[in-house]
Write a protein that binds this ligand. Structure first.
Ligand code: GLU
Length: 312
């Protein structure tokens, strides 16, 4: 780790400089349970390999992780299926919105990547097929709790209910893929699990800690616990870089230069391999469903800290 960087100073400087942008963008409206989030809340936190958190803002404010949960489900799916997972889901950027259905028809029900909603439904299906009695959802929650070291992390029942009530687009994606025999399990079971996984509630501090194994070749650098193999953590990071921000993944790579995964709850988890795991949070979103101020904060942080995987 660069010895001369004052992380706290950089992070507090970024938090100060993005303040005037808070409120720009639009909080997710697709379910009532998210529409009430305060667009002025903000957090930026880096957990370094020694497990220390450096942060500013609402570090301990619980928010809906939404699509960031896809990272953890993907980790479980790769553990269970290895390379066979790629028979059912691609690993190419989609260039489409997170919930797009158009591409699926041309590509015979095989989603472009595990981070668009269709791909995440397939990943969830794969974990359900491989799960023992514990179940896929409990498996994912257990992974996030172990990786974050926080037993407070939970599935928010109100958000899960709202996802179910308003999840017509996800329901159509799942049924459409079932018609191509890409989904193995009962569609309602897959959807129920997916809706609950999206309702994963964490804080910026917890998420930043939970991502640390991806900055350290799959092993928690503090406890030494291995969550995944080196070859898998590098590939999860590659997928985050190429596909983590839907149809703005290219823009994020250009501006920030770090693997990242966003969620419509306003969180973005970024990995700095060999250095740490960084979480930005602010609920107002840009037109592609990524946190507007969160992206700006990560861009400023990466530039000021010189943290960019394309730079030496
Ligand atoms: N619950 C959202 C959905 O399935 C997740 C999308 C996201 O966070 O990007 O529509």
């Amino acid at each position: 780790m660069p010895a001369n960087l004052d992380w706290d100073d950089i992070i507090h400087g970024v938090a100060r400089d993005v303040k005037s942008h808070l409120g720009k963008g639009e909080v997710a409206q697709y379910i009532p349970a998210l529409a009430n989030a305060d667009p002025h809340s903000f957090a930026l936190v880096l957990t370094t390999l020694d497990g220390k958190a450096h942060g500013a803002g609402d570090l301990d404010l619980p928010f809906s992780a939404q699509s960031i949960s896809k990272l953890f489900m993907l980790t479980l799916a790769l553990e269970a299926w290895g390379g066979d997972l790629w028979k059912r889901v691609g690993r190419e950027p989609s260039g489409s919105a997170f919930n797009s259905i158009a591409q699926l028809e041309y590509e015979e029900g095989i989603p472009r990547n595990p981070f668009i909603n269709a791909g995440a439904l397939v990943v969830t299906d794969a974990v359900i097929s491989a799960s023992s009695d514990e179940g896929a959802l409990a498996g994912m929650l257990g992974l996030v709790r172990r990786a974050s070291g926080s037993s407070r992390v939970r599935i928010d029942p109100d958000v899960a209910e709202s996802e179910k009530l308003w999840g017509h687009r996800n329901k159509s994606l799942a049924h459409f893929m079932k018609s191509f025999h890409i989904i193995e399990n009962d569609v309602d079971e897959v959807l129920d699990t997916y809706f609950c996984q999206c309702a994963l509630e964490t804080t910026a501090r917890e998420l930043s800690r939970a991502g640390l194994f991806l900055a350290a070749d799959g092993r928690d650098p503090v406890s030494g616990k291995r969550f995944t193999e080196v070859g898998r953590s590098t590939r999860i990071n590659a997928l985050m870089m190429m596909c983590g921000h839907y149809d703005m993944s290219g823009d994020f790579a250009y501006r920030v230069g770090l693997p990242g995964k966003s969620g419509v709850g306003g969180g973005i988890l970024c990995i700095i391999p060999g250095v740490g795991s960084l979480c930005a949070f602010s609920p107002a979103l840009n037109r592609s469903g990524n946190s507007l101020v969160g992206t700006r904060a990560l861009e400023l942080f990466a530039r000021r800290a010189g943290m960019n995987v394309f730079r030496r």
